[in-house]
Design a protein around this ligand. Structure first.
Ligand code: NAD
Ligand code: DAU
Length: 338
């Protein structure tokens, strides 16, 4: 069996990747290492928890005693674990430094000692390029992160690269654009707006609503990672972009239309501080390996919104019973509308 370690596998992209990997590779044994922060949920892996080819370990990537042995015996590490929400990083950055920077360092130190490791995928983000008013970011462009989340990810991105350049750890770095799909925590714009709209609750659109994000379906992201695990070159960076540039206002309109809800649910609110205006990735390098996104945005958004409508068992407990989430969201909303 090929031993695959997935960090952050109980989160949004990680859980989709674990499911994808078990389906795609009958010869893989996947270990999920996840701290189960507010964003990590056993429910995200409900259908694979009992799979004999999947092992779940509850632990912190920054805890060398737990993470070290798992990395040392892995053939492939796919490192998703991170604090990921920009608004939270603006409020308090400490956990972002702990997990995104120190946690990555702990994994890389263990990777130096690993004897059978053939791939370490550092999951980075398009946000490391900063806001790009025109054109598309290429892998060789300067990194100009502008918020504590993206700065912590940029640190991890370059730290991982340095472990390839210095110690020959078989690192590749991937920088993906905004993902969407099932099991995304409902603090992020698509699940938040969809689940609010389902309940006829207003959706808080930041600023003028004209910020642009490039949407990538999580299944297309998983396919790109799968290809890169086999065909990527160590020491290289790969952009993974969906090619769907959409303003937030347009996105919001589409979500409301998909649910048959009125545009009057849109509530313009104060902007995010330092809000990056636009991200856009050149994906020519990945296209050169034969990858292209397969999910058309219209179809992907419709099926994603339908997934939230059909699976309230998944998000209602978070939005209605999780006191920490309710307090977080109410404080955000109050601050932006006062
Ligand atoms: P998420 O917030 O949904 O999940 C993060 C997971 O990491 C959770 O399960 C959480 O419990 C776990 N985690 C956090 N701290 C941990 C720690 N110290 N030890 C172990 N586990 C820990 O995030 P996501 O949206 O799935 O993002 C996954 C990765 O992809 C992140 O590295 C993120 O930066 C990157 N990324 C995300 C997007 C996107 O649009 N969501 C785009 C590009 C890159
Ligand atoms: O670009 C990749 C990044 O995408 C990932 O690295 C991050 O982990 C992920 O969280 C995401 O960051 P964003 O800040 O782009 O995602 P978010 O869903 O928070 O916001 C998307 C856009 O929607 C952004 O322009 C802010 C806006 N927004 C967001 C929220 C939560 C609103 O207008 N209202 C909201 O309530």
């Amino acid at each position: 069996m090929v031993e695959v370690l997935v960090t952050g596998g109980a989160g949004f992209i990680g859980s989709n990747f674990v499911r994808f990997a078990l389906r795609q590779h009958p010869d893989w044994h996947v270990t999920t290492l996840d701290k189960l922060t507010y964003a990590g949920r056993r429910e995200n892996l409900h259908d694979v928890m009992a799979d004999p080819r999947h092992t779940f370990v509850h632990g912190d990537i920054a805890d060398a005693a737990v993470a070290g042995p798992l990395v040392e015996r892995a053939n492939i590490v796919v490192h998703f674990a991170a604090e990921t929400h920009v608004d939270r990083s603006i409020q308090a950055a400490g956990e972002f430094i702990h997990t995104d920077v120190v946690g990555t360092f702990v994994l890389l130190e263990a990777a130096r000692r690993a004897t059978s490791l053939r791939r370490f995928v550092q999951i980075s983000t398009d946000e490391v390029y900063g806001s790009v008013p025109t054109g598309a970011s290429r892998e060789t462009d300067e990194l100009k992160p502008r918020n504590p989340y993206s700065a912590s990810k940029a640190a991890a991105d370059r730290l991982a690269y340095s472990y390839w350049a210095t110690y020959d750890v078989p690192v590749i770095v991937t920088r993906a654009s905004n993902n969407y799909g099932p099991y995304q925590f409902p603090e992020k714009v698509i699940p938040l707006f969809a689940t609010n709209a389902i309940d006829d609750i207003q959706v808080p659109l930041y600023g003028d609503g004209l910020n642009v994000r490039d949407w990538l379906h999580v299944d297309d992201h998983c396919r790109a990672l799968d290809l890169l695990i086999e065909q990527g070159t160590s020491g290289e960076v790969y952009n993974v972009g969906g090619g769907n540039e959409v303003t937030n206002r347009d996105l919001t309109t589409r979500i409301l239309e998909a649910l048959g809800k009125p545009l009057s649910l849109i509530r313009p609110v104060a902007d995010r501080p330092g809000h990056d205006r636009r991200y856009c990735l050149s994906t020519a390098k990945l296209a050169g390996l034969g990858w292209h996104p397969e999910v058309a945005f219209e179809d992907g958004l419709r099926s994603t919104v339908a997934w939230y409508a059909d699976n309230p068992w998944w998000w209602r407990p978070i939005k209605e019973q999780d006191a920490a989430f309710k307090a977080y969201y109410q404080a955000q909303y109050a601050a932006r509308t006062s």
